[in-house]
Design a protein around this ligand. Sequence first.
Ligand SMILES: C[S@@+](CC[C@H](N)C(=O)[O-])C[C@H]1O[C@@H](n2cnc3c(N)ncnc32)[C@H](O)[C@@H]1O
Length: 288
Amino acid sequence: MLHVPWSPINASTRSRIIAVPSGQTLACKSEYGGWVLSGALRERENSTFAMNKLKNPMLAEEHETITAAVFNEWSQGDRGVKMAEGHNELLDPLFESWVFNEQSRLLDVGCGVGAALSRAHKSGAEHLAGLDLAQGMIDKAKESLPSQADLQVGSVLSLPWEGSSFSHVLSVEALYYIDEPLDAISEIYRVLKSGGTFSMIIEFFWENKGTHIWADNLPMKITNWSEQQWCTAFSEAGFTDVTSNRVIRKSTTDEDAFKPSKYWPSYEQYTDYIKEGALWVSGYKGNQ
Ligand SMILES: C[S@@+](CC[C@H](N)C(=O)[O-])C[C@H]1O[C@@H](n2cnc3c(N)ncnc32)[C@H](O)[C@@H]1O
């Protein structure tokens, strides 16, 4: 991959990008350190670029190239671990409701450094599997999980397991990175056994306006669906008994300690995000 210095996206920058030879991958590193563009965008003449983000649809493969590059970068140092620590309390209600036994087979899609799998292991889950687009995340997950855990680099759009492999599938803060979430949810449905359950937890969704600024700051396109759209997609994929809940964080930052950043530019926006909570959608695969 060729790294070029960041410059605001404008017509001349775009023509430079479009001139990248076919098949070559080009990425710009933004002033924020995020990945911006892939050379595979060369033919998107009508694209409208925001400051550091592509707004138009990309082919899944191109999207995944950028997403993998971003999360490989995040996996370095302690960023992936800190991110997982930040998500941990969102899992509390889920782990109160899921009981694992010897038969349980758990898959975490977009598992990152494997923290949720590690927690499940401590709660009695023996058979663990995790998948992530980023090799760096999977490498970190291997460091902390038992050696028999089945950890794979790959895409949720093409899961490397046979149908009916798992009793439980979990996905935390991952499915909005997919351009076509229904395809991902259908693929998860395929690998679940009859009677199995899938839970997704996300903080970026339409009703949580406090998170919308993430779309302007993340270097890849992300999907901003409403609670209803996510529930409908679960049903369309085949899930029954679809439920949605909100998980409200208990640990919050006081205004005195709050430090604005590109994801949290104001305390008001941060408190809006906390109040709206995370979206937790679950569904079952009925007996067929
Ligand atoms: C925000 S991180 C969350 C990681 C982890 N679930 C956690 O809570 O710490 C999103 C993860 O989803 C992964 N991801 C994004 N798109 C994916 C895809 N199409 N297939 C598999 N993993 C994907 C990323 O590589 C990243 O590790």
